[in-house]
Ligand binder design. Sequence first.
Ligand SMILES: Cc1cc2nc3c(=O)[nH]c(=O)nc-3n(C[C@H](O)[C@H](O)[C@H](O)COP(=O)(O)O)c2cc1C
Length: 332
Amino acid sequence: LAFNTFGRIFTFTTWGESHGPAVGVVIDGVPSNFLLDLDFIREELERRRPGKQGTSPRKETDLFEVLSGLHEGKTLGTPICFVVKNKDRKSGDYDTVSHIYRPGHADFTWHRKFHHVDHRGGGRSSARETVGRVIAGAVAKLFLRTKGISIGSKILHIGDQLVTDENSPEKLALQAKHENDSVGGMIEIRAEKVPPGLGEPVYDRLDARIASALMGINAVKSVEIGSGIASASMKGTQHNDPLSSDGFTSNNAGGILGGISNGMPILTRIALKPTPSISQEQNSINHLGQPAKVTVKGRHDPCVALRAGVIAEAMLACVLLDFFLLNKMRRW
Ligand SMILES: Cc1cc2nc3c(=O)[nH]c(=O)nc-3n(C[C@H](O)[C@H](O)[C@H](O)COP(=O)(O)O)c2cc1C
């Protein structure tokens, strides 16, 4: 078991390293005879792409090639393989840190676990891997759309500053960059028109699967559902969502009760840590355990939250579609 695959019925397997020739994804469990809107998948990748204001200046076009699973634009029900070439690799930027663990990065843990690591651009631990997740998520969104379900996200704050019309996420992220620093952020992700009945009551709860999927994104340090952390300081009279004949009148539950969707919007928030790569000198050790100073070069996002919304939406879409297909298997 190597755990590069996500999902049970609707599954995707990502592959590739940040500075290898390409990254990609193999998506399986896709129902057949479905016209796949490749332009929509391109649009979703464009939302994730680096090189825009306030993000990493790495210039990737993120154009994909489909190698299998489609004929005349429609799904065959066989695995769909997408390949995205890595075009803008500057691996030399990583030469000076090849034997030093960069603080906040996966270098230390990967080296201790695997003993042989592609350090260039973070290798497989780089968020370049999320290209495959966004493609799989776009495919899932297209299926969910036929059920009326839409998924969106917005950045709530960058560092301790609320995002407003005057304070755009890009502006707040660039402030951190000008200080040679990075900054964290909070994103809200919403799925509208999810019907009641997705998820299982005990070991396959919808909220547990969503939390795992979102927590599995690089740099995510907390996941909230509904009123989340604030629930701990609320009273039952405030937190219970009253029912009326038109449905629930509030949504502290975030659309999930007892592990099962209740028909209200699925509401989640994720907190992302500040980008670990900062251009200031930091203390670390080398592979021999000796003290070493490290200044991280390369092109980096001053705030990873700027590009993470579409990735979080993708993971939520894949969880929801998987539960739809699981429900189909359980009911005659
Ligand atoms: C969309 C996105 C972009 C990212 N870009 C960078 C980056 O440019 N530089 C960097 O140091 N980390 C970046 N990260 C974060 C690292 O991948 C991550 O923090 C690191 O691999 C350690 O993993 P962990 O934070 O999940 O423990 C990015 C994360 C995401 C979600």
